[in-house]
Ligand binder design. Structure first.
Ligand code: AMP
Ligand code: MG
Length: 352
């Protein structure tokens, strides 16, 4: 398939490109477009065969549900039923923005989109390009992250090109994703609101509005077994992984540095291409040829935004083994560590 790649500027959006992208989706095609979280791979969210096309292009198991993207609040009542009052309060505070809500689905939503579940995931993005494409499409856009299944999520159009060129109709390049981590997901379909995926909107942010909100067990999992008892099918799959094996080393700063340096020395002596993933503040602790800093602990938004691109650069640079610090200090720690643990296949060493 021929994939058209177009560049668009957030500040002066080319109306024709937005219309073309919307039309492709209206006609059952697939378009990758920027959102404030990560790039999405969008198709008509009300068509069963389009959902199947999305799964095929990504190589994603079809029981891993898709998120429906809307541009107006009124869409909520078209796609969901039994909507709790809390949903409206969350929408008022966090929409448009990096929040996905799980609600009971209406009959209009095909099971092919929800992975067979009776619930539906809905998000209203704040990215203007995304919103305009949704409006132009005249439908609701099912959009998972625009990466091949199991690869790190795309935060630049070039990541989408790497994974999906030749498999979809169009890629809209709107520059780097602002947040760079997928949306926070909150499940409102049960008794207690549950965080299924931590993101830029944190538990503390929710607690300003919701008296009681809990993490799903799988979110906090530090081991593979724990993560498999997941509420949503999608939560159990291996994700974000570069080809090299990542090991997370936790503990006090000096011990972590000693442990990682010893592993690096051993690996380098064997001729293995080994990398260290750390923060700007701790870079000097390491003796390694390939040190990757996620950024300053004081600028956690940037750390989050750099994570997926950094995971991809391990592949590009041919890293075979990666040792990473654990980034527990920041407000975004839950979101960052959730992705990093999955990328590491939960391989962790704790220094005593
Ligand atoms: P992605 O589209 O790549 O950001 O992944 C979407 C994720 O949303 C899935 O992996 C699920 O974890 C979650 N999700 C989507 N729909 C539902 C649902 N109905 N119930 C629970 N989780 C869902
Ligand atoms: Mg994804």
């Amino acid at each position: 398939m021929e994939t058209k790649v177009v560049v668009i500027d957030h500040k002066s959006m080319d109306e024709e490109i937005l219309q073309e992208a919307g039309n492709i989706i209206k006609n059952g095609g697939l378009v990758a477009f920027p959102t404030e979280t990560v790039y999405g791979l969008g198709g008509d969210g009300l068509k069963e065969d389009v959902a199947e096309k999305i799964y095929r292009a990504k190589g994603r198991p079809s029981d891993n549900p898709l998120i429906l993207h809307i541009a107006e609040l009124s869409a909520l009542e078209v796609l969901a039923v039994d909507i709790p009052e809390l949903a409206y309060r969350l929408a008022e505070k966090f929409w448009p923005g990096p929040l996905t809500m799980i609600l009971k689905k209406s009959s209009i939503v095909p099971y092919a989109v929800t992975g067979g579940l009776d619930t539906v995931a809905i998000r209203m993005p704040s990215d203007e390009i995304a919103r305009e494409i949704i409006k132009e499409s005249g439908t609701y856009i099912a959009a998972p992250s625009a990466n091949s299944s199991s690869r790190p999520s795309p935060t630049k159009a070039e990541h989408v090109i790497e994974d999906l060129f030749g498999k979809i109709d169009m890629i809209v390049d709107g520059g780097d994703s602002d947040i760079g981590l997928e949306s926070s997901i909150i499940d409102l379909s049960g008794e207690v609101p549950m965080i299924l995926r931590p993101g830029f909107i944190t538990k503390e942010d929710f607690e300003e509005i919701v008296a009681k909100v809990e993490y799903d067990k799988a979110v906090l999992a530090k081991k593979m077994q724990e993560s498999i008892v997941a509420k949503a099918p999608g939560m159990k799959y291996r994700h974000y992984a570069p080809k090299g094996q990542i090991t997370i080393v936790e503990g006090k700063e000096a011990k972590v540095a000693n442990t990682i340096n010893a592993f690096v020395k051993e690996a380098e002596q064997k001729g293995v291409r080994v990398a260290v993933l750390c923060a700007e503040e701790t870079k000097e602790n390491y003796q390694c040829k390939h040190i990757y800093s996620l950024g300053s602990l004081k600028q956690e938004k940037e750390m989050g935004a750099h994570l997926f691109a950094t995971l991809r650069s391990f592949d590009k640079d041919g890293m075979e083994v990666i040792y990473s610090e654990s980034f527990e200090q920041t407000k975004l720690a839950k979101a960052i560590m959730n992705r990093l643990r999955k990328a590491a296949g939960y391989q962790t060493i704790t220094c005593e």
